[in-house]
Write a protein that binds this ligand. Sequence first.
Ligand code: GTP
Ligand code: MG
Length: 391
Amino acid sequence: MRVFFIGFGQAGGKIVDMFIEQDRRSGTQSFRGIAVNTARTDLMGLKHIELKDRILIGQTVVKGHGVGTDNVMGAKITADEIDSIINAIDTRGTHDVDAFVLIAGLGGGTGSGGSPVLARHLKRIYREPVYSLGIIPAPEEGRLYSYNAARSLSTLVNESDNTFIFDNSAWKNEGESVRSAYERLNDEIVRRFGVLFRAGEVGKSGVGEMVVDSSEIINTLRGGGITSIGYATSEVISPRTKQKQGIFGGLKGSLKKKEGTEEVLIGEDKSAKIIALVRRAMLGRLTLPCDYSTAERALVLMAGPAEEMDRKGVEKSKSWVEENIAGVEVRGGDYPVDSNKVAAVVVLATIGDAPRIRELLEIAKETKEDVIKSKERRSTMFDEGIEPLFD
Ligand SMILES: Nc1nc2c(ncn2[C@@H]2O[C@H](COP(=O)(O)OP(=O)(O)OP(=O)(O)O)[C@@H](O)[C@H]2O)c(=O)[nH]1
Ligand SMILES: [Mg+2]
């Protein structure tokens, strides 16, 4: 799908920078991206987003030094300078875009406050869906970050067509600080969402067995609310590689390769392998740990060498996912990429329960006692009455 990314704040900018790099490397040219920030040094630190696509806002207020975790100020600056942000987006071209994706760390000031404001305006102006990818802070970052994230999130979910969540605390290792883990976490984010967002684009590796186009992604996300993503990969020994290596001749269809504790089969066991991979993706660590059985819709995506793709495998995986989620709408497909791995992504759309979201909202409620009821909500998860960032 053709995605226009907007990285808001430092985390958002860095992640969009990586998506742009990934897109250049893969040669699909399906991504376009800009970074918006109140801090000049953060923008200067980016590597792949062109200089003209790095937009500094709030210069008259904070002189390029950032808003220092004040997300109300982040929201205000964004609202005041919304015309120049929209203008920058327009200038980059939006006619061939399938969706906008806003990315921000929700615990700070700029991205946390600014992304819901921008989502609201983009939705008013463009017909294409506006999705957000919100990164939620780990508890160790402190209550202020959780409070910021909870307020931003409830507003963001209302303003976006769907909100993907990545939970930093679920992804950092025991004993590792969140900060030192950023690079690794960003890599995990871009790998997963890269498989999802590149779906439907025809690369140099050709078309899939069961083509999935952007409308299927859009329909999966139609319910709004919060969405979590599962991902798993396995190595392949493709016939091509075998020939090249010249040592596996004659074993086609029965060759096995050990990957971790799992035996990976090729040849006639293609569909069994795909089902196993999809199960691992959905039952493993999700971007937002949640009860998958509460998901309203799902999308199963496979990416890998063309000879590894299998329609039956995708169909069977879809049925398995359908048996395990609340809703009955499960879509699926595959697309070839030039890789020595097969990747499966399971999109669990519009989930009904996630412990970390509840916890975040609880912290925010305790932190702010004079809570007011938010007027309009899409997600039942926000029935806790957290004060929104703006009305
Ligand atoms: N996964 C990940 N999370 C990050 C990264 N950088 C920051 N975060 C998270 O995002 C939150 C917000 O941080 P920033 O993106 O630096 O904040 P900002 O939007 O620039 O806002 P201000 O600096 O306060 O103006 C932090 O509390 C972290 O939870 C990163 O590189 N990767
Ligand atoms: Mg910053």
